[in-house]
Design a protein around this ligand. Structure first.
Ligand code: SIN
Length: 542
């Protein structure tokens, strides 16, 4: 089956939804999402959106904090553009119907501003401790109502289609300097592959957390956009910078449950199993140091003491305040048997955010014509070597606006172009899989390898070991992929393996320690040699 649209949006987080809403009055939009529309990383974002509203704050201070968190690797122009674009985008969300927490306070333009690690001022606009959910709910309602947007839930993209795409036994083969004209998409419920023919395509598939054994991310975060982009020939940058959130709930049944950094912003203190605060030993900002510092400090405490978790304690604050500020966390912690108004919460770091991704310009354009990438899938230059807390939703909002502006202009040009003749999906010769164990086993192995060898603290030996094992898994997946009909598990496994491989390659390449990338063989930052992005492109295949 073939679907022809003006805009194909892959992903239904804040980046995909806002882009879709902005371009929809200029053309037909297909929004595809691999589960239910609300199942996105955005939906799980607790903290909020960093932006300058306080009279004690300034664009300069937000820019300074972002640059300093990014450890000399941010693109200053991008930082300036994103920071300055924040207030307008947040007001636009309010116009869409989003409710942020309000406090009667002239100094903060009536926002109840929170604080998180690395921020010198209170600047986190939030909706209690469920900011992402509030934003996602409102945007989804707007998208549902738009007559020009068709929503395809339970549809997972397999590969991008470019002008040079050829199908070789179900394998999509593309060339460099290409033009994107859509994607092959598996309808998961009907088990059919559809060909989406689009003039403009946006990759907004979110992050890669599931490549690690422990992650704050939901199950959908399998790096699909980055993997598809890489296979199609986009430039990939800085994947060694994987952010580990310092505080995920440590409980055998609490899958992916994040304890927001906003809790430390309101005064919570990290303590070890002996009840001793420890962050003062690692950074002058103590518990509100940047995430890379806090995650490494926890890792070091755990290794020194042989403990399996540390604790986050906010019990010194008034119980009423905690329940009002963190209603969801309070409720969830109770489910697992912790009353955060009284008990310290057991926490460990977990993979949370990838600072690298598909390299884009200031409009979110990739090096492939008419292919855009926005949000966690993209590497814009904002985050450098370590993303400042709550700068991610901000980046997604500013870039989806820029991308929409540019895409609308491009559409006018492309409309004059005759439709490209693109090959339909061809699964001749493939059969239903008879070895599902291969998929589940490799999925598990990749996540363990990445957690054990490509985690918070790296070494050359661990990275080399990871590389050897991932190479084997990739060749096994490729053999398998050629022979069987695609399923969503196979698509995700293939994407995870590509992303794992790219993270390892980037990490092996960078011979220094900076921000989120820490290698014991090169413990120092080396600005002379390494103050530059790590760039990867797929070797030419045809
Ligand atoms: C958090 O609430 O701690 C997460 C916010 C973020 O990752 O920016």
């Amino acid at each position: 089956m073939e679907v022809t649209v003006d805009f194909l949006v892959i992903g239904s987080g804040v980046a995909g939804l806002t882009f879709a809403l902005k371009v929809a009055q200029y053309g037909r939009v297909a929004l595809i999402t691999k589960k239910e529309i609300k199942e996105s990383n955005t939906n799980h974002a607790q903290g909020g959106i960093a932006s300058v509203f306080s009279s004690l704050d300034s664009f300069d201070l937000h820019i300074k904090d972002t640059l300093s968190s990014g450890v000399d690797l941010c693109n200053k122009d991008v930082v300036e553009m994103v920071v300055k674009g924040g207030p307008e985008r947040i007001k636009e969300l309010i116009d869409f119907g989003v409710n942020f927490n309000i406090k009667e306070d002239e100094n903060s333009q009536n926002f109840d501003l929170g604080r998180e690690g690395g921020h010198s001022q209170k600047r986190i606009v939030h909706a209690q401790d469920m900011t992402g959910r509030e934003v996602e709910n409102v945007l989804v309602q707007c998208v549902y109502k738009h007559k020009n947007i068709d929503i395809y839930e339970h549809h997972i993209a397999i590969d991008l289609i470019t002008r040079s795409t050829r199908i070789k036994r179900g394998f999509v083969v593309t060339n460099y300097e290409d033009t994107c004209c859509g994607a092959y998409v598996l309808d998961r419920k009907n088990k059919k592959v559809k060909t989406f023919n689009s003039k403009i395509t946006l990759l907004a598939t979110g992050g890669i957390g599931k490549v690690y054994l422990y992650t704050s991310n939901p199950d959908i975060a399998t790096g699909d956009g980055i993997a598809m982009g890489y296979r199609a020939g986009t430039t990939i940058a800085n994947l060694e910078f994987v952010q580990f959130h310092p505080t995920c709930l440590y409980h055998p049944k609490a899958k992916n449950f994040l304890i927001s950094e906003a809790v430390r912003g309101e005064g919570a203190v990290l303590i070890n199993k002996g009840g001793e605060p420890f962050m003062f030993k690692y950074d002058k900002e103590k518990d509100l140091a940047c995430r890379d510092v806090v995650a490494r400090a926890i890792d070091s405490e755990l290794k020194k003491r042989g403990d399996n978790c540390v604790y986050l304690d906010i019990s010194h604050k008034k119980s009423e305040f905690i329940k009002k500020r963190f209603p969801n966390l309070y409720k969830q912690c109770n489910i697992y048997g912790f009353d955060m108004t009284k008990d310290p919460i057991p926490v460990v770091p977990a993979a949370h955010y990838i600072c690298g991704g598909i390299s884009t310009d200031i409009y979110g354009r990739t090096n492939i014509k008419y292919l855009y990438a926005v949000g966690e899938t993209a590497c814009t230059g904002l985050h450098g070597a370590n993303r400042l807390a709550s700068n991610s939703l901000l980046e997604a909002l500013v870039y989806s606006d820029k991308a929409a502006f540019r895409a609308i202009k491009e559409l006018k040009i492309i409309k004059k172009r005759p439709d490209l003749n693109i090959p339909l999906w061809d699964e001749t010769g493939t059969v239903d899989s008879d070895e599902l164990i291969m998929i589940s086993h490799n999925w598990d192995e990749i996540r363990r390898i990445m957690w054990n060898y490509v985690g918070i603290v790296r070494s050359n030996k661990r990275l080399a070991r990871a590389k050897r094992r991932i190479d084997n898994i990739i060749s096994e997946i490729n053999d398998y992929y050629w022979d069987f009909k695609v399923t969503s598990d196979l698509i995700e496994l293939r994407n995870l393996s590509v992303v794992a491989d790219l993270i390892i390659k980037c990490a092996l390449h960078r011979k220094e320690s900076r921000g989120l990338h820490y290698n014991i063989a090169y413990p120092e930052k080396d600005n002379k040699k390494w103050q530059k992005d790590t760039i990867l492109r797929r070797p030419f295949v045809i």
